[in-house]
Design a protein around this ligand. Structure first.
Ligand SMILES: Cc1cc2nc3c(=O)[nH]c(=O)nc-3n(C[C@H](O)[C@H](O)[C@H](O)COP(=O)(O)O)c2cc1C
Length: 662
């Protein structure tokens, strides 16, 4: 049931190129890695149909292969008739839900964020990509015109298959961005030089699309807002480009991205370390240059009230959500029905980016274990055939996910948690810089568990005999994992627990506001984000902070977009990063001197005046309950770190599966 009085601006219809949009919500283009062998797959169709069914008025697909040089297997091929049936099926699945489907037209050009270089790259000028240093093959004027014609021909094919339009991705440091920017375009032909020349490729493409597909076909453009690269496209240049692109009246909407294929790539997927809706001040400015063309606001808009007020204020006509609609396809439907509290919110962690870019696998989400499944939209746990007694040990996110689902399925569920609060280690992370949004994962689970009748016994350490005495049919062990004490600490120091692990150290520091002289040192054999968030916290409490790691660099287990932010903040705070080094315990430790040894040449360095020493290390699962419970004949399931220490993604996914399997 939709209640238009709740978010009247967000729920108001709109028209683009004569096509009706039922509300103002657009699904921003998101690469899903669900295409295979350059073909449309059932999964890809399902993913988009779910977002349409969940309430989006318009969806922009991931980039499609629309010119003949584009041959990646995960990108659906549109430049010949191979996929016509699949494209029709895709369009029909979305359009039949009263949702407009736009194909994205993009080429990475020289841009590459995976290791290595792209030998197939084409580009404006023989200049290196700012991340991979790929130097592209320079497109001649004739090649540009040929590619433009191929793009337009493919757009026509999309139109014939039932798509409502296309979006040209001209931001994010990709090919069109490279032509637009004086930093990457140093051509002296008609496609370079002044703004007229640098925008020519894009303008000719827009004209070609219009000529091929007519006026009743949506043509949108994603433009660079501020790419953060000096001498490239800063806001004033972005405004000039916007004026040039929109003045002919051939574009149906514009939206703005930030960052580039450079040290600013992180800006295109703003995370929890910055403000909410961070692009809005810039969007308001660039809107003035858009020649009355509708603007789609974008960038960490996660809450329906935020979206509604952006439109109500007149800052944009439409709002686009990328990551938040991965997390909850029914975001709009729930909001419209007065159930915003039931939304599973995006926590801006960029795990989705990690799954597609680093792991090359279909998009996944920390807070949505059902991405792309057929029952994903507003999913409710199905009732179990028989009510069972279920004990969940551990009230972190793996345990809570299992608990709320098992309870909602009709089981008799009791959760035992050692801490007096739910959330486990994720709660600790949520209290560190950049982590606040993570609390919505366990808050949602907690609320759902209570609603479904689960009992929570918190502040309790339950033993195997206690669990067996309760005679459960099933036990979910979500007891987490503990950091392994590193071997460089001598036996007596370990025995006396003189040097705490990072988690214990942070708990001890909680509420400790005084600034202390001396150095804080984290010995890092972890390389996940929380360690560096902790370093930032320590920076606010100690004179100096050091991170020591035996690897060649830090943060190796986080995606590039997260790593860039980590490096920027640690450098800005002058936190010292010591690489290729391991501590060596010596008698000087008692005087506050920590020695460390270069792992390659054995040279010894020292840090004086150490006031705080801790380590962040690999973790060992806490699974001691498993053997006795199994011996007692109980159906035991290990989830999350308790099975094998990993991150939030595995915890929610495995808790989810366990809750469903019992
Ligand atoms: C996993 C992931 C994949 C993305 N893929 C694309 C893409 O293929 N094309 C594109 O234009 N933008 C892509 N983006 C950027 C989004 O469209 C959007 O601009 C960005 O995520 C900010 O919006 P959000 O805060 O609502 O997620 C991607 C972002 C993420 C996190």
């Amino acid at each position: 049931m939709q209640n238009a009085s709740l978010y009247p601006s967000l729920l108001a219809p709109f028209t683009l190129a004569g096509k009706r949009l039922r509300n103002r919500l657009v699904h921003a283009s998101m690469t899903t890695m669900m295409g295979e062998n350059a073909r449309v797959t059932d999964r890809l169709v399902q993913y988009h149909a779910n977002r349409a069914r969940g309430g989006a008025a318009m969806i922009v697909t991931e980039p499609l292969s629309m010119a003949r040089h584009q041959v990646l297997p995960n990108k659906v091929r549109v430049w010949n008739d191979d996929n016509v049936d699949g494209l029709k099926r895709w369009a029909d699945a979305v359009e039949s839900e009263d949702c407009r489907l736009l194909g994205q037209l993009q080429d990475p050009g020289r841009g590459r964020h995976a290791p290595g270089k792209n030998p197939a790259a084409v580009g404006a000028s023989p200049l290196p990509d700012d991340i991979s240093w790929t130097v592209p093959h320079v497109l001649s004027g004739d090649a540009i015109r040929r590619i433009t014609a191929e793009f337009a021909e493919s757009a026509l094919r999309l139109q014939r298959c039932g798509f409502s339009g296309v979006e040209i991705s001209a931001g994010h440091g990709h090919l069109f961005h490279q032509f637009l920017s004086p930093w990457s375009n140093t051509r002296d032909d008609e496609y370079g030089g002044d703004i007229e020349g640098r925008t020519r490729f894009l303008r000719e493409l827009i004209d070609a699309l219009r000529a091929e597909c007519g006026r009743a076909f949506i043509v949108g453009v994603k433009l660079p807002g501020n790419d953060g690269v000096r001498g490239s496209i800063e806001p004033e240049e972005a405004a000039r480009i916007t004026r040039h692109i929109t003045r002919a009246g051939n574009v149906d909407y514009v939206c703005f991205a930030q960052g580039s294929h450079a040290r600013t790539l992180e800006l295109h997927v703003p995370d929890g370390y910055g403000p909410r809706t961070p692009y809005m001040p810039l969007i308001r400015e660039l809107r003035k240059a858009a020649s009355a063309v509708p603007v789609i606001a974008l960038g960490r808009i996660t809450d329906p009230a935020e979206a509604d007020s952006i439109i109500e204020r007149g800052d944009a006509e439409l709002v686009a959500l990328g990551r938040p609609l991965v997390t909850d396809p029914a975001w709009l439907g729930k909001a419209a029905a007065g159930r915003a509290h039931d939304i599973r919110y995006c926590v801006s962690c960029n795990t989705c980016w990690d799954t597609i870019v680093t792991q090359h696998r279909p998009i996944a989400c920390d807070n949505n274990p059902r991405v792309g499944r057929s029952d994903e939209v507003d999913w409710r746990p199905p009732r179990a055939a028989h009510r069972k007694r279920v004990i969940v040990v551990g009230a972190g996110i793996a345990g809570l996910e299992a608990a709320w689902i098992a309870a909602a399925r009709g089981h008799d569920v009791t959760v035992y948690g050692r801490s007096s609060e739910v959330g486990g280690k994720t709660r600790l992370r949520a209290q560190l810089p950049g982590g606040e949004a993570l609390s919505s994962i366990y808050d949602y689970q907690h609320a759902q568990a209570i609603k479904a009748g689960a009992r929570l016994e918190l502040g309790v350490t339950i033993r195997a005999a206690d669990v067996i005495g309760l005679e459960p049919d099933a036990a979910v062990l979500a007891c987490g994992a503990e950091m392994i004490v590193p071997q460089w600490l001598p036996e007596d120091v370990r025995a006396a627990a003189l040097v705490p692990d990072l988690r214990s150290a942070l708990s001890a520091l909680h509420g400790h506001t005084a600034h202390q002289r001396g150095s804080a040192v984290i010995v890092d054999t972890d390389h996940t984000e929380g360690t560096y968030a902790a370093a930032e916290l320590l920076h606010s409490k100690f004179g100096r902070v050091f991170v020591i790691t035996p690897r060649e660099s830090i943060a190796q287990d986080v995606p590039l977009v997260t790593r860039q932010g980590i490096y920027r903040r640690l450098h800005e705070k002058r936190i010292r990063i010591v690489t290729c080094a391991e501590p060596r315990w010596s008698t000087h430790a008692e005087d506050g001197v920590l020695e460390y040894v270069d792992v390659y040449n054995g040279d010894v360095g020292t840090i004086e005046d150490v006031a705080f020493l801790t380590y962040s290390s690999p973790r060992a699962p806490e699974m001691s309950l498993a053997t006795p419970l199994r011996a007692a004949g109980i159906d035991v399931r290990l989830v999350g770190d308790c099975f094998s220490p990993r991150g939030v993604l595995a915890a929610t996914a495995e808790g989810h599966e366990a809750g469903n399997a019992i």
